[in-house]
Ligand binder design. Structure first.
Ligand SMILES: [Zn+2]
Length: 353
């Protein structure tokens, strides 16, 4: 309680104990006299009580009413009111790309409110965060990002949120990355074994009282990811060793998991490839007998189309990020199923290799 609130409370006590005259014996008082007594004494006491309660609820900075409801001990923050979710409201979660938002929703259920920073079609490697989004991130209880160069745009606001209450979860931390590639969410096994437990752990830290709920959702979602993994294994079992040429290295972990031979036109994620690298890739593609090149909605298809013409192969679109609200693309699991169908169609058994 703050000092101001205490003073007011003491004053009220004093007022009630010492200054209120003993009730006038008034069982037989005239109603008008009773009203007069109320106006003289009852009304000021009521008003003072009201003011006391108001101060207790709206006390100044540092009041315990503003303590975080999540049980984590954090340094007192002068800008506390800007931060964290409303007490009793859902946990505010912000993630950089849509698949992470969907995964967080599956674990957090109705205890979380999730927002995605990168709009559909935008490229996470080159995205710029807006000032409005920076404020939303600072207000959130949890920021979920991939790290390893995928969503570096959030680094620009790290200094402004490092002193606040936001928990920052970098999903590539502690994962053995292949050539530093950040696209780990496109392997459902990594999602099940690393990403889902990491998000569950963060939510349990923020709201330990809901840990059992999060753990139950984690288990149910992991079962669904297991089923997805088995289905993809079955659907792609006849395509093992086939070349998957992609402009971008998004499918590296997917190819490694399901036995496809990934060939990537980009030298480094998000960077323009050099002419020398392109000729190396074209040569590789020719020798591999590739029948298709994959582009992504987040990248220009121009380079892929030029290379596809040179190789005499078709261009297909696979989507590593998805779109909120678009059927077939608006859950991580549906998105993966959609992509598997694209790969099957492009690399199908009827292809003459
Ligand atoms: Zn990427």
């Amino acid at each position: 309680m703050n000092a101001r609130g205490k003073d007011v409370l003491d004053l009220t006590k004093k007022q009630m104990n010492t200054e209120i005259p003993k009730p006038v014996p008034g069982a037989n008082q005239h109603p008008r006299t009773r009203s007069l007594v109320f106006l003289t004494w009852g009304l000021p006491v009521l008003l003072l009580t009201g003011i006391t309660i108001w101060f207790l609820l709206h006390g100044g900075e540092g009041s315990f009413w503003h303590s975080p409801a999540n049980g984590l001990s954090r340094a007192p923050n002068p800008e506390e009111k800007l931060n964290s979710s409303e007490p009793g409201g859902p946990i505010e979660v912000v993630s950089t790309i849509f698949p992470l938002s969907d995964i967080a929703k599956n674990i957090g259920g109705d205890k979380v409110s999730v927002m995605t920073l990168i709009p559909p079609g935008a490229n996470p490697h080159t995205y710029e965060i807006s000032p409005t989004q920076a404020i939303l991130v600072a207000k959130a209880s949890l920021l979920i990002r991939v790290g390893a160069g995928l969503d570096d745009f959030v680094d620009k606001i790290m200094s402004s949120i490092s002193s606040r209450e936001t928990i920052i979860l970098r999903l590539t931390d502690g994962v053995d990355l292949v050539d530093g590639d950040p696209h780990i969410w496109l392997d459902p096994v990594i999602v099940k074994e690393r990403i889902v437990p990491a998000i569950t752990g963060a939510l349990c830290r923020i709201a330990p009282e809901d840990a059992a709920y999060f753990r139950k959702n984690q288990f149910l979602y992991q079962e669904r990811l297991d089923a997805l993994h088995r289905e993809i294994q079955r659907l792609l079992s006849n395509l093992e060793g086939r070349p998957l040429i992609s402009v971008h290295s998004a499918w590296r972990y997917f190819c490694l998991r399901y036995g496809l031979k990934g060939i990537y036109i980009e030298e480094f994620p998000g960077k323009e490839p050099s002419p020398r690298w392109i000729s190396t890739v074209v040569d590789l593609a020719k020798r591999s007998g590739a029948q298709a090149i994959f582009v992504e909605p987040q990248f220009s298809a121009k380079m892929a189309e030029t290379i596809a013409q040179e190789l005499g192969v078709e261009v297909y679109e696979a989507d590593p990020i998805g779109k909120e609200g678009v059927p077939g693309f608006n859950t991580y699991i549906d998105l993966m199923k959609h992509n598997v169908e694209v790969f099957r169609k492009a690399l199908g058994e009827n292809r003459d290799l």
